[in-house]
Design a protein around this ligand. Structure first.
Ligand code: PMP
Length: 361
């Protein structure tokens, strides 16, 4: 049988998402996937252990109600978030949250607008659903282009702070975009805990906005896969209807609740990542012909004179067992993205950087 003919037509030629490399040995310094360099704090690990019990035989709460209540009453309290639990959707990481949004809104041939450069999954999902990708080029300084106010489509995705540029966008701009766009606007706030900007205050001004967030980054919980969305109940309701019933497992829900119970400790520790980000940026930026872009996230984007220098530094770093991220797409070919590590990892990064610049660049 010709199996290829049975596959959905638009998937016969499909570029899958390529995640940051995960080396099998433990002796690598991994600064390529924007993971938190610190483990989950001990209280979270204790709560997971304490709840690893006979309850594992039961299905988890399909709507993660306890977690949503904590998100409203504690995690987001200072941002004055929507109080209705039906404004919240919890998913298996932000990636699943995004997929569920596509499932709700996207039909084959619909236009999906996102920016370039930005997170690669937007395009992968667009291809998966047979949608038409409209990539708007960010300005030279990675700010939003004027064309965003005129663009048309079913979905428009803005990542703020943007991965991989680290730049976040003001609410004034986001509000104007939402008002001009006759479709759904997603603001992906995966890295919002490393800045104080958030689009949450806009939720009561417009009804076409969905904000997505995660426990993967500041809470060090990437492996347990918990993300969430906030929007108006009409959108969230249909998202809950189309998701798989038990999309977020019991221990992940427990861990996310524990993250919120211990959030002051986590946020205190995040300050270290932010201060390291500033320290490293300043040091790397001092090299001639190398620029570090200001970042609101847990990574920095470094600009080199040309593509060959970026690739050389990337390759040489590997010889020091340090993994950073090179993206071959044209808008990023002379850049490298470096996630912020522990103080010790950052020291090794900076020492290696110095060595490579001296010998090769
Ligand atoms: N959005 C952006 C911008 C990201 O960088 C990532 C993770 N790399 C995600 C979403 C996915 O996050 P999660 O781990 O919550 O699926």
């Amino acid at each position: 049988m010709e199996l290829n003919k049975l596959i959905r037509a638009h998937l016969r030629k499909f570029d899958e998402y390529v995640p940051g490399e995960q080396p099998s040995e433990n002796d690598w310094i991994k600064l390529n996937a924007n993971e938190n360099p610190y483990p989950p704090i001990s209280e979270i690990v204790e709560d997971i252990k304490k709840n690893t019990n006979e309850k594992l035989r039961l299905y988890p709460d399909p709507l993660a109600k306890e977690l949503k209540t904590k998100i409203i009453n504690k995690l987001l309290k200072k941002d004055n978030p929507p109080q209705n639990i039906n404004s919240y959707f919890v998913g298996n990481g932000t990636d699943e949250v995004l997929e569920v949004i596509y499932k709700v809104f996207i039909e084959v041939g619909d236009d999906i607008v996102y920016l370039d450069p930005s997170y690669g999954m937007y395009k992968t999902l667009s291809d998966l659903f047979g949608a038409n990708s409209i990539e708007l080029k960010l300005n030279e300084d990675f700010s939003l282009p004027e064309s965003i106010f005129k663009t048309k489509g079913k979905l428009l995705i803005i990542c703020s702070p943007n991965n991989p540029t680290g730049k976040s966008f003001d609410n004034e701009l986001i509000l104007k975009i939402c008002k001009n766009f006759f479709g759904i606007v997603i603001v992906d706030e995966t890295y919002c805990d490393f800045t104080d900007k958030t689009a949450i205050p806009l939720l009561n001004k417009i009804n076409n906005l969905i904000i997505t967030r995660t426990f993967s980054k500041s809470f060090s919980l990437a492996s347990l896969r918990v993300g969430y969305a906030i929007s108006n109940p009409k959108i969230i309701n249909i998202m809950n209807q189309v998701k798989l019933p038990y999309n977020v497992n019991y221990l992940s829900q427990i861990a996310a609740i524990s993250c919120i119970d211990n959030m002051d400790k986590v946020f205190e520790r995040n300050k270290k990542i932010i201060s390291e980000r500033e320290r490293i940026s300043k040091i790397i930026d001092e090299y001639e012909n190398i620029n570090v872009l200001p970042s609101d996230a847990n990574f920095i984007l470094v600009e080199f004179k040309d593509k060959s220098q970026a690739i050389k530094l990337f390759e040489e770093m590997k010889k020091f067992k340090i993994l950073i991220r090179y993206f071959s797409k044209p808008s990023l070919e002379k850049y490298l993205r470096i996630s912020i590590g522990t103080e010790n990892e950052n020291k090794k990064l900076l020492d290696s950087f110095k060595d490579i610049v001296k010998n090769f660049l």
